[in-house]
Design a protein around this ligand. Structure first.
Ligand SMILES: *[C@@H]1O[C@H](CO)[C@@H](O)[C@H](O)[C@H]1NC(C)=O
Ligand SMILES: *[C@@H]1O[C@H](CO)[C@@H](O)[C@H](O)[C@H]1NC(C)=O
Ligand SMILES: *[C@@H]1O[C@H](CO)[C@@H](O)[C@H](O)[C@H]1NC(C)=O
Ligand SMILES: *[C@@H]1O[C@H](CO)[C@@H](O)[C@H](O)[C@H]1NC(C)=O
Ligand SMILES: *[C@@H]1O[C@H](CO)[C@@H](O)[C@H](O)[C@H]1NC(C)=O
Ligand SMILES: *[C@@H]1O[C@H](CO)[C@@H](O)[C@H](O)[C@H]1NC(C)=O
Ligand SMILES: *[C@@H]1O[C@H](CO)[C@@H](O)[C@H](O)[C@H]1NC(C)=O
Ligand SMILES: *[C@@H]1O[C@H](CO)[C@@H](O)[C@H](O)[C@H]1NC(C)=O
Length: 624
């Protein structure tokens, strides 16, 4: 052989190996993913079935509880088993983008990556912390000998009606004493182990691990969130000034000082009351009290939408009217069951997705009222969502970010709560589309929506800065600085770095993230705006077509648009899916701002009339 032939053979050989290798890797990966998808479908189904049993038989069904535990353990050990192989594939050059995306969707093992001692500690501290919040008993203000009040419902109930400042302050402090300091050591250990977990799972920074479900690193995530907070600011400041002025009317100007953040405890009670509108004793003044709010519950009964089945079919008809396939007639008999536990606080409708086989179930809450009617729109939206992506591989049978599906459901419950639609259904009278009635509705919705966004932001921002070592756990004042800056609230009494106030706000789940709640809320209004514009139901600056009155029923172009996007499951990034639905290539706050524009204008006017100052100077209530 000449040198040329040798070279040629070598080149051919090289060509063959280089040309073939990626293909065979792809093939091998394809086989691997096929097995993973099948196995996960089995395991996930076991878990769902156990949870469904729990739902319809009640939380005391021990067999279901046990099965649920076993299923969860099986999933964890399976993920552990395949993690090495998955990691190996990740290091190879995969050419097929779809396979690559699936590979990236294999859930990380999370804390299970820790060694046994660390893992035991992690479970112990997280259990400890949630036990502290769950089991905490507070002493009574009126009877110091009684120290067995629970936060919910005992103290909550007292605070709902108390006008006694000393009493309100007492419980605020009592709650922090019994939860904060008690959880501090556990929280410190949690933070250390969280950092370790992130590192062992291959993330550059703990905060990147925190945001892993968004497919964004923490810098990108906070760029987005900061941007949203900045855009929200003018509306938030006007609303804040107005609420501060309302609080001042209730509590006087000594407690609610001019130009200062308002006391967190009093603001929380005021804002919290907006959730209790259905209770007649609700005492927050509406902008126009004489007009009031419609009693939708009463309207439902009047229209004989007086049980869950009737509500279900009414809502199913709504979805058909926007161009989605009609739910099968036997859906109600074959795929629904009443929920066992009918506690008014926890009883909601819920769609259940199963993996691998073609069906979705719905458990419903057998209570009939406004909240459950609106909730039915959300539950049936999920039914369509789960059906739409059921042909995707298991790893893609998911939403593109946590809480994404909530945004969709809420688009439709919001559209259904539009006075125009309710009037069409003859549930309410026509007087609720007037300017004054609209302001009342936007005011209550605003209390429930706008004030939450900065709180979500602060909860995540604080924890992320702690895990990234930008804030020391012992720096309690750093938590209050964030709270003050973004939420305009301060502690009712002076705090120091010996206190530990953050965890009292972290609810029970210490690693539950709020960024996705925030994103979901923003997306909800972005989608609503888009759908309303597309169907000619909303035109910016047209006083006859304001966004808050937009009614989407019978707009048949929405269904197909929706199906295209949601049938993709999580196979595309959330930005791609938002682009399909809105033509925007990112999350945008415009929808929310335009929705609340009439309220914003009204607030500006009222604040001027009342001569209210906007914004706040620094608080001196935390001394480091
Ligand atoms: C994968 O591809 C990149 C660039 O395309 C290259 O730098 C790298 O060496 C390749 N890795 C392997 C394992 O082939
Ligand atoms: C859990 O709490 C108990 C009682 O508060 C405490 O004795 C124990 O040390 C805590 N465990 C851990 C791992 O922090
Ligand atoms: C504490 O709770 C128990 C029941 O849980 C009740 O019987 C008892 O009266 C309560 N103690 C006080 C001082 O109220
Ligand atoms: C609305 O109507 C229902 C049923 O008639 C009634 O029970 C409820 O108290 C009313 N709510 C308000 C806020 O008036
Ligand atoms: C519901 O409405 C139907 C039809 O109007 C009526 O026959 C029935 O008694 C109502 N049920 C309740 C619980 O109000
Ligand atoms: C779905 O609900 C029906 C009741 O309507 C029940 O018989 C069935 O077992 C449920 N399916 C699953 C997979 O849980
Ligand atoms: C996000 O999801 C959680 C868990 O399902 C839920 O509790 C929460 O209400 C959701 N948030 C929003 C804004 O939908
Ligand atoms: C939708 O349109 C049909 C006929 O065009 C009408 O009968 C029906 O009442 C409309 N539904 C809604 C919810 O507007």
């Amino acid at each position: 052989m000449s040198w040329f032939n040798i070279l040629l053979t070598f080149l051919l050989f090289l060509h063959v190996t280089l040309g073939n290798e990626p293909k065979s890797v792809d093939e091998e990966l394809q086989k691997f993913l096929h097995r993973v998808n099948d196995r996960l479908a089995d395991l996930y189904n076991k878990e769902v079935l156990a949870a469904w049993q729990n739902e319809i038989k009640g939380p005391n069904d021990l067999v279901a509880l046990l099965q649920s535990d076993i299923a969860t353990q099986e999933i964890i050990s399976y993920l552990k088993k395949i993690s090495t192989k998955a990691a190996k594939f990740k290091r190879l050059n995969i050419t097929d983008e779809k396979l690559k995306t699936q590979l990236a969707k294999i859930p990380v093992v999370g804390y299970e990556v820790l060694d046994n001692d660390d893992l035991d500690t992690m479970y112990a501290v997280t259990t400890n912390m949630s036990d502290i919040y769950r089991n905490v008993k507070l002493c009574s203000f009126t009877d110091p000998n009684n120290c067995n009040l629970t936060l919910v419902p005992d103290v909550q109930h007292i605070l709902h009606s108390s006008k006694n400042i000393a009493e309100i302050e007492f419980y605020w402090l009592e709650w922090r004493k019994k939860t904060g300091t008690a959880a501090k050591d556990d929280f410190i250990q949690f933070v250390e182990l969280y950092r370790k977990t992130a590192k062992l799972n291959g993330f550059a920074k703990p905060s990147d691990y925190w945001f892993r479900d968004l497919e964004e690193n923490s810098v990108e995530a906070f760029d987005l969130l900061d941007n949203i907070m900045t855009q929200l600011r003018p509306l938030f400041e006007q609303f804040h000034a107005y609420i501060r002025s309302e609080l001042r009317q209730i509590y006087g100007s000594e407690l609610i000082e001019h130009n200062k953040p308002y006391p967190q405890n009093l603001a929380e009670i005021f804002i919290g009351n907006s959730y209790r509108r259905t209770e007649p004793e609700w005492y927050v003044n509406l902008p126009y009290n004489d007009v009031g709010l419609p009693n939708i519950t009463e309207g439902l009964f009047k229209r004989a939408l007086n049980n869950s089945q009737r509500m279900f079919w009414n809502v199913a008809e709504y979805y058909r009217s926007i161009g989605l396939p009609q739910l099968e007639e036997k859906f109600w008999t074959d795929n629904t069951m009443p929920r066992a536990d009918t506690d008014d606080v926890t009883c909601w409708h819920k769609a259940w997705k199963y993996y691998g086989n073609q069906h979705v179930n719905l458990s419903y809450c057998p209570i009939t009222n406004e909240e459950r009617f609106m909730n039915m729109f959300e539950a049936i939206s999920d039914v369509y969502y789960y059906q739409a992506y059921q042909d995707q591989p298991t790893l893609f049978e998911d939403e593109p970010f946590p809480n994404f599906s909530d945004a969709l459901g809420k688009v439709f419950s919001m559209a259904a709560s539009s006075p125009k639609y309710l009037e069409k259904l003859k549930i309410i009278e026509n007087k609720f589309t007037t300017k004054d009635a609209r302001i009342n509705r936007l005011y209550v919705m605003g209390l429930r929506t706008i004030f939450l966004l900065p709180v979500f932001y602060v909860l995540d921002r604080y924890r992320v800065d702690v895990i990234d070592e930008k804030i020391d756990v012992s720096n309690n004042c750093a938590y209050w600085e964030l709270t003050e800056k973004y939420t305009g609230a301060e502690p009712p009494i002076v705090r120091t770095n010996n206190d530990f106030d953050a965890p009292a706000k972290l609810l029970m789940e210490v690693d539950d993230q709020y960024t996705s709640h925030l994103m979901s809320t923003v997306l909800q209004f972005q989608l609503y705006k888009r759908f309303c514009e597309l169907t000619g139901q909303y035109k910016q600056d047209d006083p006859n077509l304001p966004l808050d009155l937009c009614d989407l029923s019978n707009q048949t172009i929405i269904g197909p648009l929706l199906l295209d996007a949601i049938s993709l499951g999580s196979s595309k990034s959330y930005k791609d899916i938002i682009y399909m639905l809105t033509n925007d290539n990112e999350l945008k706050l415009d929808g929310l701002l335009e929705y609340f524009q009439p309220l914003y204008d009204w607030l500006v006017e009222q604040n001027k009339l009342r001569n209210e100052e906007i914004g706040w100077t620094n608080s001196d209530r935390c001394v480091s």
